[in-house]
Design a protein around this ligand. Structure first.
Ligand SMILES: Nc1ncnc2c1ncn2[C@@H]1O[C@H](COP(=O)(O)OP(=O)(O)OP(=O)(O)O)[C@@H](O)[C@H]1O
Ligand SMILES: [Mg+2]
Length: 159
């Protein structure tokens, strides 16, 4: 099924390649939750996405800042991509104070690690990516939840 895809990622490069491939079907307004244990490869995947979208700088894990913003051009449209790592998110009041609510809007893309830490504050995901450790590599499962999310995965199937 186009909206439920499982892939083997033998090494770090495979995770980067998946991110880059996935990036070509991303459209503004999409929210992706990145699931998986510590060290599963979530940030590596985001690095692949950003590289695929032409970002050349360093992609750092927003462990303490909770979010790292990127300004990108997608199909010549200026788009904000927000990479969240909510592992250390504890204060629910911080959500609005930090402006996180506004980060989820029709012209931005949000890639979110540890989404469950935000409870019901966070908008639902168009796509869920599950990364699990398999031997020395990883397994990836992509699930499209919404019309736009399923559409992204259809494009991506040519991968
Ligand atoms: N397919 C893969 N096979 C083997 N190693 C991988 C693979 N993908 C990523 N890695 C490695 O896993 C390590 C952890 O990756 P990463 O920082 O992306 O994890 P994470 O899920 O973001 O963890 P955290 O929850 O702590 O933020 C890195 O050293 C990376 O090189
Ligand atoms: Mg990470």
């Amino acid at each position: 099924m186009a909206h439920d895809i499982t892939l083997n990622l033998g090494d770090e490069q495979a995770t980067l390649n998946l991110g880059a491939s996935f990036s070509s079907s991303l459209v503004p307004g999409v929210t992706v939750y990145l699931h998986g244990d510590l060290g599963a490869g979530k940030t590596t995947f985001v690095r692949g996405v950003l590289n695929g979208l032409g970002f050349i700088g360093k992609v750092k894990s927003p462990t303490y800042t909770l979010v790292e913003p990127y300004q990108l051009s997608i199909s010549e449209v200026n788009t904000n991509l927000y990479h969240f790592d909510l592992y250390r998110f504890i204060d629910e009041e911080e959500w609005d104070v930090a402006g996180f609510r506004e980060y989820f809007n029709p012209s931005s893309i949000c890639l979110v690690e540890w989404s469950a830490k935000a409870g019901s504050l966070i908008p639902t995901a168009d796509i869920d990516l599950y990364l699990t450790l398999v031997g020395t590599g990883r397994s990836a499962r992509l699930i499209g939840n919404t019309f736009v999310g399923k559409k992204c995965l259809e494009h991506y199937l040519s991968y």
